[in-house]
Ligand binder design. Structure first.
Ligand SMILES: Nc1ncnc2c1ncn2[C@@H]1O[C@H](COP(=O)(O)OP(=O)(O)OP(=O)(O)O)[C@@H](O)[C@H]1O
Ligand SMILES: [Mg+2]
Length: 319
C-alpha cells in the first residue's frame, strides 16, 4: 500500500472564461470541480496506474465533505481527519482564447493542536500496512513546519519508505530528517540550496547538493525530465532523464504525475532507471489533460520509449 498525505487538501475549481479581463463580469463556458492538493493528485494518478493507495490528511467543513465525496466517487480510498475549520477552494481561470491561466488559492483552514495529534495517530496506524508514505504540498495554518520531519523520523523506525514533495521551511526541515526521496522542481530546489543555477552542469550538481543535506535520493524535475541522484546497489549515481517537451494543455500537476509514476514503478520493484523513465513519461502524458492527476496509463507506458536516460559523472570530491 502507498499512502499519500495532503494536509492542505482542496476543492480545485477550474473555469474556462474566454477573453478574461480584470475588472469585468464574465460567464464561464465550461467548469469543473475536483478534489485536489498535491497528495490527492498523486493518489489519483497512482490509482489510474493500478497501484493500491490511500489518501489521508485534513478535511474540514462543507468543502471537506465535498473533497471526501469526490474522492469516494472516483473510488480513491481515503481516510481523512475531519477538522472544524473549512478546507480550501482553489480557483483557476483558463482563458481558451489566449491559453493563459490565472490562479487564486485560498489561505486554507486553521488546524488545532488536537487535530494535528489525531492526524499523527491516524497516519502511524495506517502506515503499519504501508510500504511508502508520500508527504506532498503546503501546510495549513496551525501546523508546525517540522511536521513532515518528525513523521519521517517515526516512519523510518517502522521501515516505511518516505517521500517528500513540498517547498520552503517544511522542505528544509524534512531533508534533514533523511527521507528516502525528495523531488523538488527547479524553483523549489534553488530555494532549498539558496542560490540560482544555470546550464546543465550546474543543474546536475544541485541534486548532489540536495542529497548531501540528508535524503537518500534527490530528484529535481524540469519541464523536459529530471536530474536524479539515486542509489544503485548502494552506490550513488547521477542520472539525467529527458523527453522532447510538448505543447502543454495543462501543465499544473505534472510534477505530481511525475512522482506518482516514479513511485508506481518503485513500488513494483523496478530498477531506478525504469522508475525515472516512467516518472518522466507520466509527467509528460499528464500535460495533455485538464485536471491534475489525470493520466492515460497506456499512453504513459508507450511514452517510456521516448525518454532518454544518461549517466552524469559525479564530481570527484563528492563521488
Ligand atoms: N511541456 C512539457 N512537455 C513534456 N513533459 C513535461 C512538460 N512539462 C512538464 N513535463 C513533465 O512533468 C514533469 C514535472 O514537471 P515540472 O518540473 O514542471 O513540475 P512541477 O513544477 O512540480 O509541477 P506541479 O507542481 O504543478 O505539479 C517533468 O519531469 C516532465 O516529465
Ligand atoms: Mg511540483
Amino acid at each position: 500500500m502507498i499512502i499519500t498525505v495532503t494536509l492542505n487538501a482542496a476543492i480545485d475549481k477550474s473555469l474556462a472564461v474566454p477573453n478574461f479581463r480584470l475588472g469585468r463580469r464574465h460567464r464561464t463556458v465550461e467548469q469543473r470541480t475536483m478534489a485536489g492538493g498535491k497528495g490527492v493528485n498523486i493518489a489519483r494518478t497512482l490509482k489510474a496506474l493500478g497501484q493500491p493507495v490511500i489518501a489521508t490528511g485534513f478535511a474540514g467543513g462543507a468543502t471537506g465533505t465535498h473533497i471526501v465525496e469526490q474522492l469516494t466517487e472516483e473510488s480513491i480510498l481515503n481516510d481523512f481527519v475531519r477538522i472544524r475549520d473549512e478546507s480550501r477552494t482553489n480557483t483557476s481561470v483558463l482563458d481558451p482564447t489566449t491559453g493563459e491561466q490565472t490562479e487564486i488559492n485560498e489561505r486554507g483552514p486553521l488546524v488545532s493542536e488536537r487535530e494535528v495529534e489525531l492526524f499523527r495517530d491516524k497516519l502511524l496506524y495506517l502506515a503499519r500496512g504501508a510500504a511508502i508514505v508520500v508527504f506532498a504540498g503546503s501546510l495549513p495554518r496551525g501546523v508546525e513546519p517540522d511536521i513532515y520531519a518528525s513523521l519521517i523520523r517515526d516512519l523510518e523506525r517502522m521501515e516505511v519508505t518516505t517521500v517528500v514533495d513540498t517547498d520552503g521551511e517544511p522542505l528544509r526541515q524534512a531533508v534533514r530528517a533523511e527521507p528516502d526521496v525528495v523531488s523538488p522542481n527547479v524553483l523549489e530546489a534553488e530555494e532549498l540550496v539558496g542560490h540560482e543555477f544555470a546550464g546543465e552542469e550546474e543543474r546536475s550538481l544541485v541534486v548532489v547538493e540536495i542529497a548531501a543535506l540528508g535524503p537518500r535520493e534527490a530528484i529535481m524535475t524540469l519541464p523536459d525530465g529530471c536530474f536524479a541522484q539515486v542509489l544503485i546497489d548502494g552506490q550513488r549515481r547521477l542520472k539525467r532523464a529527458s523527453i522532447e517537451p510538448r505543447e502543454p494543455i495543462a501543465k499544473r500537476g505534472s510534477g505530481d504525475a511525475f512522482l506518482a509514476g516514479y513511485l508506481a514503478a518503485r513500488y513494483e520493484g523496478r530498477a531506478p532507471d525504469q522508475c525515472l523513465r516512467f516518472g518522466v513519461a507520466c509527467g509528460a502524458e499528464s500535460t495533455a489533460r485538464l485536471g491534475a492527476g489525470l493520466i492515460d496509463a497506456r499512453e504513459a507506458r508507450r511514452l517510456m520509449g521516448d525518454v532518454e536516460l544518461a549517466v552524469v559523472e559525479l564530481p570527484a570530491e563528492v563521488g
